[in-house]
Design a protein around this ligand. Structure first.
Ligand code: KIV
Ligand code: ZN
Length: 559
């Protein structure tokens, strides 16, 4: 790899810069270029019906400016534009944008395409970088300026035949294409010439779109270029500065964000970063980044999965599982430490007011805000920590596992995941848990059991005295048992103490109910300490609260 072949692109000469200490405090003007830049970059460009559905999706999200096509490029593009206009698909508050090279015959064809459109941005461009001037056009700087100015003249000429009202509906956008590789003072010079030819006013602001047609420097250089442009272009109040970032170096989002800090008013980009080569800037990410800092992006991504599905269906492109916000794994923690912190953060949050400031560890935003779910946030594999499986059991199935028991469940699930050599699904985790603690009656089971209240009452608080009798099956033998205690559980434990079963004490006991209505059961978790010092957990489930504790002891003795 010969790095000598490359060189850094020049950075505007600036002694001071203001953008590094700025914050993004409001939504920019968003312009979706999905149907143009995005579409022209697809292996199989979308057909008209698909583009119509995509347009409706963009409107639903809240885009007010949408670049719909390059009408002079093909009949499909032209016809799409006509259908949008003639079939009244464009809401009153939405402006369509059409792209066109600064060439007369293309401009005339584009003018035909936009006839009767309610509001239009006529977007013309020509390439301005040294390499394009030299190789593509073989023209001098002055001649390149002339191409742009002639383009504007041609648009004005075509507009002469329009009524005053129709003229007002057309705004101009000019892009010095390959701005990122163009000398900044020259880019300003060409924009000044375009502005002079078009003429601007408070009601007729011109859009200068400054693309990183090829992203060729770090995002701070783009920010410098935008700040420099904003400070040197004349008539700034009648100029809208637009970013149009590509992603060749993987920093399209950063360039756009720093461009906004530097004073840009507008953002062009595509959903999920679709677009030429490595894509255009991902508008979803920029908008949700703002959202994550408490700024309303004024785009509605509250059902991002639905938008992502539609996008994938329309474009036949995939969204990477690691994609910010939309990726399948964006809210999945596989590491134990992360799972534990998320579980604790979510549990704390469950006790807070709904709109309290979000601070759950490892989750930048509340997945619910964009239509994602907590279920499946934690997936369990052999790398997962002790708390992960218990989190699943609690959040998916209602078992509030005592903290001290969680490592035992974690160990079981880890070894099962090791055996399977893959992540376990929630239903598998439940299955292993039930098999180990609720269904395991290999050594010990109760054949028959009854208790009698001799004195006191659990509800009134008066001390109880309970006797019990029954039959158990232990290691293949049936054994009659009987005893008494201060409740059914105590009576059962004392009756076992008279048998050949290993001696033990109960050292921890937890219970809660699970399910609702007639489906409610009691769950008991019991930890016993054996004479050899070993502590073992058991779990019991029954419609009868007292019986759940007894089943939990049986479960512990079966471990
Ligand atoms: O990336 C680019 O330079 C473009 C222009 C046509 C604006 O898409
Ligand atoms: Zn582009």
């Amino acid at each position: 790899m010969n790095a000598k072949k490359y060189r850094p692109f020049p950075q505007p000469a600036m002694q001071t810069r203001e953008w590094p200490s700025k914050r993004i405090e409001k939504a920019p003007i968003w312009c979706s270029v999905d149907l143009r830049d995005g579409n022209q970059a697809l292996i199989d460009p979308m057909g008209i019906e698909t583009k119509l559905a995509y347009f409706d999706l963009l409107v639903k999200i809240g885009f007010k400016e949408i670049e719909i096509c390059f009408p002079s490029a093909s009949d499909t593009e032209f016809d799409f534009c006509r259908r949008l206009i003639e079939e009244n698909h464009i809401p009153e508050d939405v402006t369509i944008q059409v792209l066109c090279q600064a060439r007369e015959h293309l401009i005339r064809r584009t003018m035909d395409a936009i006839k009767w459109a309610p509001h239009v941005i006529f977007h013309i461009y020509n390439s301005t970088s040294p390499a394009q001037r030299k190789y593509t056009f073989g023209k001098s700087k002055e001649e390149i300026i002339q191409i742009a100015v002639e383009g504007v003249k041609c648009i004005k000429e075509c507009m002469k035949d329009l009524s005053e009202d129709e003229r007002k509906r057309i705004r101009l956008e000019y892009s010095p294409e390959s701005f990122s590789m163009t000398e900044i003072d020259y880019a300003i010079e060409i924009c000044e010439a375009v502005k002079k030819e078009w003429g601007t006013s408070k009601d007729n602001k011109i859009i200068f779109n400054l693309p990183t047609t090829v992203e060729c420097y770090t995002a701070n250089v783009y920010a410098d270029s935008i700040e420099y442009f904003a400070k040197h272009i004349t008539d700034r109040e009648n100029v809208i500065i637009s970013t149009h970032c590509h992603n060749d170096r993987g920093t399209g989002v950063a360039s756009c964000e720093l461009g906004l800090l530097a004073g840009a008013d507008r953002v062009e980009g595509c959903l999920f970063g679709n677009g030429e080569r490595t894509g255009n800037l991902d508008i979803v990410t920029v908008a949700l980044n703002m959202f994550s800092e408490g700024v309303d992006p004024e785009l509605d991504f509250s059902d991002l999965p639905e938008i992502a599905d539609a996008y994938q269906e329309f474009t036949k492109m995939d969204i990477s599982p690691r994609s910010p916000y939309a990726g399948g794994l964006a809210y999945t923690a596989l590491s134990g430490g992360h799972q534990d912190a998320i579980a604790k953060g979510l549990a704390a949050r469950a006790k807070m007011a709904e709109d309290s400031v979000w601070d759950v560890p490892y989750l930048l935003i509340d997945p619910k805000d964009i239509g994602r779910k907590y279920e499946g946030i934690i997936r369990i594999n052999s790398q997962s920590g002790k708390g992960g499986a218990s989190f699943i059991l609690e959040h998916n199935y209602g078992y509030s596992i005592p903290k001290a028991m969680q490592p035992a469940i974690g160990d079981l699930i880890k070894s099962e995941s090791d055996k399977a050599q893959r992540e376990l699904k929630p239903e598998e985790i439940l299955g292993f848990f039930e098999h180990q603690w609720l269904l395991n009656k290999e050594k010990l089971s109760i054949v028959d059991f009854a208790s009698t209240q001799l004195e006191g009452n659990k509800d009134s608080g008066a001390p109880e005295h309970v006797s019990c009798r029954g039959v158990i099956n232990y290691a293949g033998k049936q054994i009659s048992i009987g005893g008494s205690g201060n409740g059914p559980l105590d009576a059962f434990v004392s009756s076992l103490a008279k048998t050949e079963l290993p001696k033990f004490n109960i050292v921890a006991f937890h219970e809660h109910s699970i399910g609702q209505g007639s489906d409610t059961s009691a769950i008991a978790y019991v930890q016993i300490a054996r004479e050899d010092g070993k502590k073992i957990w058991g779990v019991g489930k029954s419609s009868n609260v007292g019986r759940a504790g007894i089943e939990a002891v049986v479960s512990a003795l079966n471990q």
